[in-house]
Design a protein around this ligand. Sequence first.
Ligand SMILES: NC(=O)c1ccc[n+]([C@@H]2O[C@H](COP(=O)([O-])OP(=O)(O)OC[C@H]3O[C@@H](n4cnc5c(N)ncnc54)[C@H](O)[C@@H]3O)[C@@H](O)[C@H]2O)c1
Length: 260
Amino acid sequence: MATTPSTSKTVLVTGAAGGMCAGINRRLAEAGHTVLCVDLDPAAAKRAADEISAAGGQAASFEVDVADEASVQRLKEAVTSEIGAIDALINAAGILDRKYLMDHDVASFKRALDINLVGPFAMIRTFGPELVQAGSGRIINISSIAGTTGYPYPSYAASKAGLSNLTRSLLLDFWGTGVTVNSICPGVVDTPMVIQEVRDQVARKVPTGQIVDPAEIGALACFLLTNDARNINGADLLIDGGATQLFQLFDRPATAGADA
Ligand SMILES: NC(=O)c1ccc[n+]([C@@H]2O[C@H](COP(=O)([O-])OP(=O)(O)OC[C@H]3O[C@@H](n4cnc5c(N)ncnc54)[C@H](O)[C@@H]3O)[C@@H](O)[C@H]2O)c1
């Protein structure tokens, strides 16, 4: 059966200057979508948009601090006056604060939750009504496998678990509107966020043996924008090479793959 071609959408991407969004932005633009590159760092957001334009795509850039409600409101006003309504929202802005329990003070814990969890909530609350107007709006939250299993850094784990459960809970709010709300839960993605120590474990801990390319996250996001994905709703879509599906006391078998 042929896949329904996706119609061109206006997609707002937060954290658009980051490593993962390099792949997301590129795939969206290649699929013919207009990408609104939104980030805390306006110069970097502009570079991301310029890259898309230089490759022949449609893009614009905006500044936001997703953790600041007034900043989200200013973003909404700027996007409405310069572009108009959006069709899809991808919440990818996030931070990984590598602090263990006793290194984390309450303020830094709250800051991580403000960016990773309250930020997407504020963005969805602000842009949700126009997504309903679009009739086939899409919300994609970039969560993490760190939200589905325990993880060493509690603010990251708690915020991503919260984001995945926020996703499910919003099904009620968008019931019957044509808007779908999903999370993508990446494993180890080839971005500057991932330290060498983790990269070194991929061959032993990830059944595919591969680090995820940011463009693969973009490809999944592009599919979620299509009409064929209209019944994928409330999902936590793992894209982790199978890393979280094994009881992790098992390592890669010595007989596997090239070593066999
Ligand atoms: N890299 C991975 O392996 C991985 C795995 C799972 C999930 N994730 C998630 O994917 C998303 C993107 O990660 P990445 O690897 O590209 O990280 P990154 O650090 O390269 O990019 C994050 C972007 O978010 C922006 N940002 C930070 N705080 C913000 C704020 N308050 N308001 C607006 N923008 C803000 C940063 O300026 C940056 O451009 C994050 O939510 C991250 O938690 C990453």
